[in-house]
Design a protein around this ligand. Structure first.
Ligand code: AMP
Length: 443
């Protein structure tokens, strides 16, 4: 029978390699940064009605047109695994009426898997993870700058230094209408040279032609009109204020007039964080986001609601984070029972002792495979279980109410018999008087 494998582009993250620890570090630091900025975590379902992403992300985007995992459930409803987090968060904010006169500004963050059926490559997967942050209810440029600043300071807290933030403004509805006209006029001159996909998008959504990767479209892009020529005074001033504030905050950014982002919901400020260390190869975008003031209305909210947010790709952050220096491992005890008759006695003491050690905050694993000799079990404890101490319980120890403690690794091979009531101090490194059977007490 063929061996089953994980779905292509969807990865296992296995313990024992330090990888899970790296994920946990990134998550903990993201949560910490969000708390520092006043963001609360929201958790939304992994799948939603397709309609949400069609209306939110946009029917003409690559994500919705080609990359979504869609399926019918047993009730014949059209669902999709979420390809990104913003649409779901806004759906939840509308559904639960979270932005209200009593609660005018809401700051949410999220962490979790997203799904896109893209061609797998380094830094590009079909299940990947994003950290995101969103602010609803404040249209000030200060929000744009502060949230971009949050993303930037989070990367710095991870030790990522080689990145640059590209920023641009896509303008509000008025600027966008003028820009749309300019794009249609320009690209209409080159209908024969456009890719068929962009030709189809020309009348429906010409902005999407700008993020096409087809060489035919890329070639025409250099001379395409720039959004900055279509911005209204208000949009221009908003963007200038964002740039000024970013300078004030010391955020390293460049204005990139070609940046349009691949999702339809953006208006006004957009940004993308590009890794400049070459650690990521072609997939060098660590994250991106921007303002999306129309999305609430488009998803059925009663009013337009100013909103700004971003998402970072966790797998790409992991590729970009410098390898941390080895930390001193915490004390981790493995209690090994030896062959005694009845073996149950050794097991009882082992489990009791484990309970006491854990209650004192000491990581403890019990190995009750007394049928095997101690040597390979110690090797396993040290190499695979990453234990720092082996605590053996045999006939002598049972009789004396003691345990034999051996420090694993560091070339220490001698073992000490320690009374039960001194084990915790002993493991923590506080000198004890060692073994004295008559002063020992049962756990
Ligand atoms: P987007 O909003 O599509 O720009 O996605 C935000 C970030 O998520 C990107 O900058 C990437 O870091 C990450 N990302 C997007 N798609 C993938 C993918 N297929 N695999 C891994 N990371 C991804």
């Amino acid at each position: 029978m063929a061996t089953l494998q994980a779905v292509k582009g969807m990865n296992d993250i296995l313990p024992g390699t330090g990888e899970v620890k790296r994920w946990q570090d990134l998550e903990a630091k993201f949560r910490r940064t969000c708390v520092l900025y006043g963001f609360d975590e929201v958790r939304t379902p992994l799948c939603e009605y397709i309609e949400l992403f069609k209306r939110g992300v946009g029917e003409d985007t690559d994500i919705v047109e080609k990359e979504m995992y869609t399926f019918k459930d047993r009730g014949d409803r059209d669902l999709a695994l979420r390809p990104e987090g913003t649409a779901s968060a806004v759906r939840a904010a509308i559904e639960h009426n979270v932005v209200s006169p009593d609660n005018p500004v809401v700051r949410w963050c999220y962490l979790g898997p997203m799904f896109r059926a893209e061609r797998p490559a380094k830094g590009r997967y079909r299940q990947f993870h994003q950290f995101g942050a969103e602010v609803y209810g404040d249209n000030s440029p200060a929000v744009d700058a502060e949230v971009i600043g949050l993303a930037s300071s989070y990367l710095q807290s991870l030790g990522i230094e080689k990145f640059v933030i590209h920023v641009n403004s896509l303008g509000g509805p008025e600027s966008r209408a003028a820009y749309r006209e300019a794009l249609v006029a320009y690209y209409s001159l080159f209908r024969q040279r456009l890719s068929p996909e962009s030709l189809a998008r020309l009348d429906r959504n010409p902005l999407r032609i700008l993020d096409s990767k087809d060489p035919r479209d890329v070639e025409l892009r250099d001379l395409a009109p720039k959004i900055s020529d279509s911005l209204t005074d208000m949009d221009r001033s908003h963007f200038q204020r964002v740039c000024n504030l970013l300078r004030e905050l010391g955020v390293h950014f460049v204005v990139n007039e070609g940046l349009v982002r691949g999702l339809d919901y953006y208006t006004s400020t957009v940004f993308e964080i590009i890794d400049t260390s070459n650690a990521l190869g072609a997939q060098n975008a660590l994250g991106g986001g921007g303002r999306y003031d129309r999305l609430f209305k488009e998803l059925g909210g009663h009013n337009d609601q100013p909103a700004f947010g971003f998402a970072l790709g966790v797998e790409r952050l992991l590729l970009s984070v410098p390898q941390a220096a080895e930390e001193t491992p915490p004390v981790r005890a493995v209690i090994l029972t030896q062959r005694v008759d009845p073996h149950e006695d050794a097991c009882t003491v082992a489990l009791r002792l484990a309970k006491i050690l854990r209650a004192a905050g000491i990581e403890t694993i019990v190995d009750s495979r007394a049928q095997y000799s101690l040597k390979p079990r110690m090797r396993f404890a040290q190499n695979k279980l990453k234990a720092t101490h082996a605590l053996t319980i045999g006939g002598v120890e049972l009789a004396n109410n003691t345990v034999r403690v051996k420090r694993l690794g560091a070339g220490v091979h001698d073992a000490t018999e320690v009374s039960f009531h001194s084990v915790i101090e002993y493991l923590r490194g506080i000198p004890t008087t060692g073994c004295s059977p008559d002063e020992s007490g049962a756990p």
